[in-house]
Write a protein that binds this ligand. Structure first.
Ligand code: FE
Length: 215
């Protein structure tokens, strides 16, 4: 028997969180891959951390929120965003991963849109930052399609029974962004003020934009 468990040792301490620690967990595998790349001198841990930090702090949902607020204040831009989001994104010089082709779906009275990736976890990183863990969970991916109304209710969004729910399944070809409805009571607000009401979850479609009265 070989008792050398030195390489498993790392996993046990780095594989924290709620996830399983078995070798099939994506987290464990990614950490093993990072470890290997660093050991082989193919990757620099500081650069990896810097990239993650960039997605956590600089490329976050505020980029998408600015786009939404812009659309709320500019009907022409809104229309273009709904028909050719790629052109708008290019024009605004939004850069980053996973926005090769974006489609924007607008909520309106009687219609609510929600985004999922049933196959994996496709997500418009450059507009929303890092995807939340629940978005990548097998449970959300399966149930968002099968019973979107129940999933939304569990996440705190109770929709009227006569509201149609449209579920958009992302892929490597197409990522979706939900354009939430502009909350009432925001007449005269600037785009910058409006952007503060637009959270990540409202652009995935599992929440609404925040009402100004709500806080
Ligand atoms: Fe995916």
């Amino acid at each position: 028997m070989d008792h050398d468990d030195s390489h498993n040792h790392n996993y046990e301490h780095e594989g924290h969180d709620h996830d399983h620690h078995d070798a099939s967990s994506p987290q464990v595998r990614v950490e093993a891959l990072e470890e290997l790349l660093v050991q082989k001198g193919l990757a620099d841990r500081a650069r990896i951390d810097a990239t993650i930090g960039r997605y956590e702090h600089d490329i976050g949902p505020m980029i998408g929120a600015q786009l939404v607020a812009h659309a709320w204040t500019d009907p022409v831009l809104r229309q273009r965003l709904l028909t050719d989001a790629d052109a708008v994104v290019a024009e605004l010089d939004v850069r980053g991963a996973e926005i090769e082709h974006i489609e924007v779906k607008a909520n309106e009275p009687g219609v609510h849109n929600v985004v999922v990736c049933t196959l994996c976890s496709c997500y418009p990183w450059a507009l929303l930052g890092l995807p939340p863990n629940w978005y990548k969970s097998p449970e959300y991916r399966a149930r968002a399609v099968r019973e979107p109304r129940a999933v939304l209710a569990e996440m705190g969004l109770e929709l009227d029974t006569d509201t149609e729910v449209r579920v958009w399944d992302s892929s490597s070809e197409t990522r979706f962004l939900v354009l939430p409805e502009r909350p009432a009571g925001t007449q005269g607000w600037s785009a910058a003020q409006l952007a503060t009401l637009v959270g990540r979850d409202s652009m995935i479609g599992v929440a609404l934009a925040t009402s100004p009265q709500a806080d």
